[in-house]
Write a protein of this length. Structure first.
Ligand code: ING
Length: 306
């Protein structure tokens, strides 16, 4: 019996600083309904999908920072998304800022078609910086606003396959993908907010779209997993964010790609059993990996240059 699933990446265009969560949720419900109309059984939304990308602003007061976070999930603002999913029988992935007791995380959840939370992930690789750096056209204060994720990289049995998650900068690190590959991930869901301009290396601005897909296509191919990746895109509060939302096959091929930097749905049929084409051949870990030689990968400091 083939294990197939129709998946959608639901890209969001800009969310204004003063745009209420209810507005972002209404946009996502519309995208979910459109995706469902195109046969989607799983809809992947971006990182921090309920609000504007607030780490771009330095805020001195924790009380103001906390206005960007969710204390409960679902909440009154997000309930319409859960209700739509249950009405349509659709699963979804959502990125949001989570307060859990005294801790604050950049979080993603996988929600089943009956509205239950099947898995939670908290972002491990937090890019950017901790202090206000006024020389920058915009800040990137994830290290200030979020704690490092404490849930590892869970891969759960869901929707007929083994499903993992990561968030944005995580996708650039090969360790992210291999840790899920070692758990036999067949589908990785992720969202991202990626500025076109990278102040520390502006010569790389022209390469942001290339590096986005390079990272995810490599991760997919080297671990034999599908990827569904959804961007928050477009000119958001003066910062241009890349699009490029896509669905990637275990071969590393992009099988669906967004064409705009606005709200947009892309859909593809995936066949979990196609992961075996990779995982029982070129990347048969049992046959070909040499983990006893990889210990340096877990060392805290890079190996000294010889
Ligand atoms: N955003 C960016 C990302 O990793 C970044 C940060 C941009 C890092 C460009 C390097 C180059 O896609 C988030 N939210 O992690």
């Amino acid at each position: 019996m083939p294990r197939t699933l129709t998946v959608a990446a639901a890209q969001l265009g800009p969310i204004a600083r003063d745009e209420p969560r209810s507005s972002a949720v209404a946009r996502m419900v519309a995208l979910m309904e459109h995706a469902h109309g195109r046969g989607a059984e799983l809809v992947v939304f971006p990182e921090l999908a309920l609000t504007s990308f607030f780490p771009r602003w330095f805020m001195p007061d924790q009380s103001e920072i906390d206005t960007w976070f969710e204390r409960e999930m679902p909440s009154a603002d997000t309930a319409p998304l859960f209700e739509a999913a249950a009405r349509l029988g659709v699963a979804f992935h959502l990125g949001y800022a989570e307060i859990d007791g005294a801790n604050r995380f950049n979080t993603a959840i996988l929600v089943g078609p009956t509205g239950e939370i099947l898995s939670k992930y908290r972002k491990v690789h937090l890019p950017g910086h901790r202090e206000d750096e006024p020389w920058r056209p915009f800040q990137h204060l994830e290290k200030r606003y979020f704690a490092r994720g404490d849930l590892g990289f869970p891969v759960v049995d869901a929707l007929g396959g083994h499903v993992g998650m990561c968030i944005c900068n995580d996708r650039r690190w090969p360790e992210t993908w291999r840790l899920m590959g070692l758990q036999s991930a067949e589908l990785v869901c992720l969202g991202y907010n990626t500025p076109q301009h990278y102040p520390n290396a502006p010569q790389h601005d022209r390469l942001q779209d290339f590096h986005n897909h390079l990272s995810m296509q490599a991760g997919a191919y080297q671990n034999g997993t599908y990827v569904v990746a959804a961007a928050k895109a477009g000119l958001e509060e003066g910062a241009e964010l890349i699009g490029g939302s896509c669905i990637i096959a275990p071969t590393g091929e992009i099988v669906a790609l967004a064409a705009t930097r606005a709200d947009e749905v892309v859909v593809a049929d995936i066949d979990f059993d196609r992961c075996r084409e990779i995982r029982t051949n070129i990347f048969d870990f049992a046959q070909h990996r040499q983990p006893d030689l990889y210990t340096a990968l877990a060392e805290p400091a890079p190996a000294p240059a010889k």
